[in-house]
Design a protein around this ligand. Sequence first.
Ligand code: ADP
Ligand code: MG
Length: 315
Amino acid sequence: MDLSTSRSDVPAGDAATTQLTPVQIEALLRANEELTELNRKLSEAQDKLVQSEKLASIGQLAAGVAHEINNPIGFIFSNFGTLEKYLAQLFGMLAAYEAAEPGLAGTPAAAQLLRMREEIELDYLKDDIPALMTESKDGIQRVRKIVQDLKDFSRVDARQEWEWVSLHTGIDSTLNIVNNEIKYKADVVKRYGELPDVECLPSELNQVFMNLLVNAAHAISAERGTITISTGTAGDMAWVEVADNGSGIAPENLKRIFDPFFTTKPVGKGTGLGLSLSYGIVKKHGGRIEVNSEPGRGTAFRVSVPVKRSDAPAA
Ligand SMILES: Nc1ncnc2c1ncn2[C@@H]1O[C@H](COP(=O)(O)OP(=O)(O)O)[C@@H](O)[C@H]1O
Ligand SMILES: [Mg+2]
């Protein structure tokens, strides 16, 4: 909007002493309306900027930490492989010594060997060491997976490029990241359909999935609930639905949930930005978010995005 034109028809001078004609009053009212609208747009733009700045820095932080952890985990993992091999050799050697033991019968050395064997509980160690190794390797592998998911999730290296990716991969890595919020409250059921790769901004869509998943977990409070993730296609759109059997949304709130800063959660738990941000991201993809909610029964959010990015570039 051009301010100079919208103001040109407003008369100069002191309104209290000048009698305004209806035309002038109308012009003033219109100018006021336009200014108010402009103001609203400005503050909306500012909110979005702040939020996208924040997101970008969280993503960068996550990717940075992931990168730093990746190296040490890498050598621990490879050392573990070597350690396993050495241990197998040592156990082999031990078996050879044990086989040679009868030759020492009756000597002081034999008595000492027996004492030590009992002291360190050799038989137990033989069982427990391989078990410890397996468990630790499993732990390291899990850390590696988390690190990889963090990298996939933030994709800072990809620099916000439109990419053809599998939404299922994005949902899975997002699930790993929010697992902590979900695992004590709900079981996750996946009903993945057939999905082609989708041309999108992966880290942004992951952000949307994350918001929906965390909201779903928050909506489940009393007893353990279920979060169902379904996917599929409809025409040239791919859709992802996140449904919960939680509290549902009161009808009077339903039209406000996408408003920035609208939240029903206590301070510290909700910012009220998740859905407004998600709405913006989905819109940027030329898609839509639909919500279906029944108070007391649960809520389903469905995100649909075009498989192929539409040619009209989004603002
Ligand atoms: N799955 C859901 N079940 C019930 N209410 C929800 C759900 N998702 C969103 N809401 C409602 O919408 C509000 C806004 O959500 P959101 O924008 O993500 O902000 P926040 O989660 O920080 O409150 C929430 O405070 C909640 O009242
Ligand atoms: Mg939220």
